[in-house]
Write a protein that binds this ligand. Structure first.
Ligand code: PEP
Length: 250
């Protein structure tokens, strides 16, 4: 079983002054990270600030997106090598906000996954169904397709050093969390799919749950057999809540 992991997704929030204060408060409760792997994914402009402030802690750095391209004439893009250069360990890929608001396709996500691996970053592949898809009982098919497209691109070996975050779209930022049983059912499905390719990779890969995780629901979610931690959005901006979530995972 992989060690528990909690990753914070700050989304497009923050400022130099606000980040410094948030990090200061998080670092003052760093006993919460003793038994888990923890990461923070701030917006690009603040990567260096966060990197410096967490440098003497157990907190790892991650980014929220990456270019599929390596370098050159791609104005506005940020390459995987640049993220690595800045000290990133993780990069979120295929977050539903990127899939929905910026029309990122499974193919583009798979290309970004490959770029991240080539630069030595650990991809955090975000997958999940919409409410309509869940109501049509398509959840299993949707998450399988999203994972399959990455396997088709990089092979199952690509998951040796990757993380999967199951984030039902209807639960992200809505305050409506999947029940532990609903989440466990999908996590088990994901692990089963990977087991069909490679049992050892399937048993070691972190499968995080994301979608309105908070201090009150984290423990029951993380206690499920196939839930290895969480990807936390809104609650990661509240230091005490984030620390409580981390404590619930360890
Ligand atoms: C996320 O952004 O990945 C997320 C899960 O957000 P929230 O926790 O706010 O639902």
């Amino acid at each position: 079983m992989p060690a528990p992991m909690v990753i914070a997704n700050w989304k497009m929030n923050g400022s130099l002054i606000g980040n410094a204060s948030l990090l200061h408060q998080i670092l003052s409760g760093s006993d919460a990270f003793e038994h888990l792997e923890v990461g923070i994914c701030p917006p690009f402009p603040y990567l260096e600030q966060v990197s410096e402030q967490v440098s003497h802690s157990r907190i790892n750095l991650g980014a929220q997106n990456v270019s599929a391209f390596q370098s050159g004439a791609y104005t506005g893009e940020t390459s995987a090598a640049m993220l690595k250069d800045l000290g990133c360990r993780y990069v979120l890929l295929g977050h539903s906000e990127r899939r929905q608001l910026f029309q990122e396709s499974d193919h583009q996500v798979a290309a970004k996954f490959e770029a991240a691996l080539s630069a030595g970053l650990q991809p955090v592949l975000c997958i999940g169904e919409t409410l309509e898809q869940r109501q049509r009982e398509e959840t299993g098919r949707v998450v399988s397709t999203q994972i399959q497209s990455v396997i088709d691109h990089v092979g199952i070996q690509g998951f040796t050093n990757a993380v999967i975050a199951y984030e039902p779209v209807w639960a992200i930022g809505t305050g409506q969390t999947a029940t532990p049983e609903q989440a466990q059912e999908v996590h088990a499905h994901i692990r089963q799919l990977l087991t069909g390719y490679d049992a050892s990779i399937a048993s070691q890969v972190h499968i995080l749950y994301g979608g309105s995780v908070n201090a009150a629901n984290a423990r029951s979610l993380f206690s499920q057999k196939d839930i290895d931690g969480g990807l936390v959005g809104g609650a990661s901006l509240k230091p005490n809540d984030f620390l409580d979530i981390c404590r619930s995972a360890s």
